[in-house]
Write a protein that binds this ligand. Structure first.
Ligand code: FE
Length: 346
């Protein structure tokens, strides 16, 4: 009888220790490669709701990956946030995430926007989406000549095309999707066509390509959708002037659909605050965080039931998006890079 009571007592103590450990998760360490100012509101709101303080390390993706690898088992990282499937997949194959099973995330985030699930739960989740779109100069280019990604590589667009470096994740993912749809051989021909159509060697970021089109140096360019919408919402006179010169195309509407990518994240492999980390991922899938991605950074919520309140973004209308697993696109970046090297696409 005495022994029985003691066992109950020690079980109760053990339970309270476990509960105590969770309650002590009052901070969360986030390693983020997102580079969008509007994320401040997101983190502040999480702290207000949960009392969990967020420590942020922000750097570009390569620096973060190197840091995580160097820190190894001793890394204080709880959450890793990356933009683009190409980067999420790289972090995944480096073994930097741990699988997370969550009823909330499973119910909210569509399956094709989740990192691979080997039965233990996905390694990462996409929380917002963005499209890779085409912008053109209304004076020098006709929209029907630049209606698809494939058309940009056709001879009719010689001397008109601008892109950022082919090796940037935004381009690697797009090319990874072309490989999946059109095959390796056709994509290599596409890459060669792009190189011979360049108005200038690849340089700068997506916003630089938009400005290049507005100035007339480029006839047509590729950009992530949120950079274009950011310029639509800008009150700077030079941005207003630029946007008036531009036309906008949802690529591949009559064929495969527009390439859509994600920004997302997961729980770090050796997260010291796992409980709080899962809580944070679930918070990102909640209505208010989802709205922040669209209203703040001009992306779309990954959760299909969340409505946007962003007139500029909404004015672009609905479009047909590509239906490929985002994890497959991430994986294809290896073959995409080899194609670029062979085609001389820097
Ligand atoms: Fe970006």
């Amino acid at each position: 009888m005495y022994k029985f009571t003691l066992n109950i007592l020690s079980a109760a103590i053990a339970l309270s220790v476990v509960a105590g450990a969770h309650a002590e998760d009052k901070e969360l360490n986030i390693y983020s490669a997102r580079h969008y100012q509007t994320d401040d509101a997101l983190y502040g709101d999480f702290t207000k709701r949960t009392g969990i303080k967020i420590n942020r390390i922000e750097a570009d993706d390569n620096a973060l990956l190197e840091r995580l690898k160097t820190e190894g088992k001793n890394s204080p990282a709880d959450i890793i946030l990356m933009v683009d499937a190409a980067r999420l997949w790289r972090a995944q194959i480096e073994g930097l995430f741990q699988p997370v099973k969550s009823k909330v995330l499973a119910a909210r985030i569509p399956a094709h926007l989740q990192g691979n699930d080997a039965g233990q739960g996905p390694q990462w989740y996409g929380f917002s989406t963005r499209a890779r779109v085409i912008v053109y100069n209304k004076t020098t280019v006709k929209p029907e000549d630049v209606a698809t990604y494939e058309a940009l590589a056709e001879p009719k667009n010689k001397g008109k095309v601008c892109t950022r470096s082919g090796s940037h994740p935004y381009m690697l993912s797009l090319i990874g999707s072309l490989v999946e749809r059109d095959g390796e051989k056709a994509t290599e021909e596409w890459a060669r066509g792009m190189v011979s159509n360049f108005a200038r060697p690849p340089r700068g970021g997506d916003t630089d390509q938009i400005h290049g089109v507005a100035s007339g140096e480029c006839g047509v360019a590729l950009t992530n959708s949120y950079y274009y919408v950011r310029m639509m919402r800008s009150t700077k006179p030079e941005d207003r002037q630029a946007i008036n010169k531009l036309g906008f195309v949802w690529p591949n509407q009559k064929t495969s659909g527009t390439h859509v990518n994600v920004a997302g994240g997961g729980v770090a492999k050796n997260a010291p605050h796992r409980e709080a980390a899962v809580q944070f991922l679930e918070y990102l899938a909640g209505d208010s965080a989802q709205r922040n991605f669209s209203d703040g950074n001009n992306e779309w919520p990954a959760v299909p039931t969340v409505a946007t309140h962003n007139p500029a973004l909404d004015s672009l209308g609905k479009f047909k998006s590509e239906k490929l697993s985002i994890a497959t696109i991430g994986k294809n970046q290896i073959v995409a890079q080899k194609i670029l090297d062979r085609a001389g696409y820097k």
